[in-house]
Every structure is written in C-alpha cells, then in structure tokens.
Design a protein around this ligand. Structure first.
Ligand code: SAM
Length: 230
C-alpha cells in the first residue's frame, strides 16, 4: 500500500524516502520482534511494509527503527514497535474485519491494521493530533475513517466492531466498549494505573465475555469519561 514515490509530503524531503538503509533497519527490527516472541508472520510482514521513519522529525530519524516508544508532540507517543506487534497479534485481524482503534496518535498502528486488510475506524482525543494525522495518512495511501472525540465512549453510531484496540492505558475496561464489541469479537486493552498496565484480551462468545491477562506495558493515559479525568 505504501509507495514513497506517490507521497508528495515525503518527496519534499529526500531524508524521508524509503531508501535501502531504512529498509535494512526495518528488516533488522522485524528480526528483533521475532526474537522477542512475535510469531504471526502476517503481522511481521505488515510491520515490514509500513515505513516508521516517516512518522519522525528529521532530527530524530535515527530513532525510528529502535524498539522504543517516541514523542510525537502534544505530550503523546508513537507506541513501541513490540507493543504494536503484540496488540496486533492478539487481535487476530482477518481481512474485512471492522476495527475500532482508540488513540489515533501518529497513525502508525492504523497503517498496520490497514495493511492486514481491516476496515479501520480510529478516534483521537487531541485535536491537533487528529488534524495532523488525518491530513498526513492519506498522503501515504492509508485511509482509515478518522474521528475526533472521546474514544473511551467508543463510536456507538458505527458499532458493532469485530475488533477493538485501545492504545492508551485505561483505569478500567469501559462498559461502553464491551457493548460495542460484536458477537465473536476481540478487544485488546491495557488496564492498570497511570504508571503500568496489564494487557487484557476480552473475547465475546455467545454474549459471554472471557478475559485473558498478558504482560505489563506502560502507556500514556486514556483520558475522557471512562478514562482518567485529566
Ligand atoms: N496508536 C498510536 C500510534 O500508532 O501512534 C499511539 C497512541 S498514543 C500511545 C495514545 C493516544 O491516545 C494519544 O494520541 C492520546 O491523545 C490518545 N487518547 C487518550 N485518551 C483518548 C480518548 N479518550 N479517546 C481517544 N484518544 C485518546
């Protein structure tokens, strides 16, 4: 889906081409993710297609293929590649899945979901980030449906969703999101305090919810009515 030649924003700056060096660094990152336990080759292939360096300022390009979260402005971060891979793998995306992403941020995670063939609805609470990502992603060829607002309430008008991914740390699992999960659906959400959260996978089968707990992560807080207050 991504083609550097078709991206006017990238052409403004030779540094942001997807060149041999960037592709080499990306291959190395994928090997690292595999070594860390990510085994879904479809997820790894999707992550190998999306150029993470285009989400970084020129001065910070050297950090793009490190397995680290990084500031994207507005006090927010682009998630660590391992975290993106982990959440995406747990979602078991199938082509055509209708996916709700809470916390658009840079748009990187949305690109991975689109590469996997999902129909993506992504919502962001920070207006500047919403505007920035809504204008940037389509220039790369990625076209999720963008929403501005409090994603802790979901997007009731577009529910139900086959998959829901929350990319900010929640104090609790919002009931509103459980209600918007389709029968047979999967939600992946980090829940805990402001410093660290356990990754939960919640599956809805015959109307019954099953919860699995995985490892700990450290996300920026989910704000809003069913998140942290400020
Ligand atoms: N998925 C993003 C990416 O690929 O770059 C990373 C997301 S960043 C770790 C968390 C994002 O969640 C921030 O952009 C933040 O503004 C947003 N956020 C926090 N609370 C939110 C809410 N209630 N609704 C929607 N977005 C929210």
């Amino acid at each position: 889906m991504f083609e550097a030649k078709k991206c006017p924003l990238l052409l403004q700056n030779a540094m942001l081409e997807d060149n041999y060096k960037q592709r080499g660094l990306r291959n190395k990152l994928i090997r690292l993710l595999r070594n860390k336990g990510i085994s879904d080759e479809r997820v790894l292939t999707a992550m190998n297609k999306v150029p993470r360096h285009v989400f970084f300022d020129n001065a910070l390009l050297e950090h793009a293929y490190q397995d680290k979260a990084f500031p994207i402005g507005e006090g927010q971060t682009i998630s660590q590649p391992y975290t993106v891979a982990f959440q995406t793998e747990k979602l078991a995306i199938k082509p055509g899945d209708k996916v709700l992403e809470i916390g658009t941020g840079s748009g990187y995670q949305a690109c991975i979901l689109l590469e996997l063939g999902a129909k993506v609805f992504t919502i962001e609470y920070n207006h500047n980030l919403y505007e920035r990502t809504k204008s940037f992603l389509p220039k790369m060829g990625y076209k999720p449906y963008f929403y501005y607002g409090d994603g802790s309430k979901g997007i009731p008008a577009k529910a139900p969703f086959d998959k829901i991914i929350v990319t900010a740390g929640a104090p609790v699992v919002p009931d509103a999101l459980l209600d918007q999960l389709a029968e047979g659906g999967i939600m992946v959400i980090p829940v805990g305090n402001r410093a660290k959260q356990v990754m939960l996978r919640i599956t809805k089968k015959n109307g019954k919810l099953t919860k699995e707990e995985f490892e700990y992560f450290s996300f920026v807080p989910l704000l809003g009515d069913h998140g942290w207050n400020s």
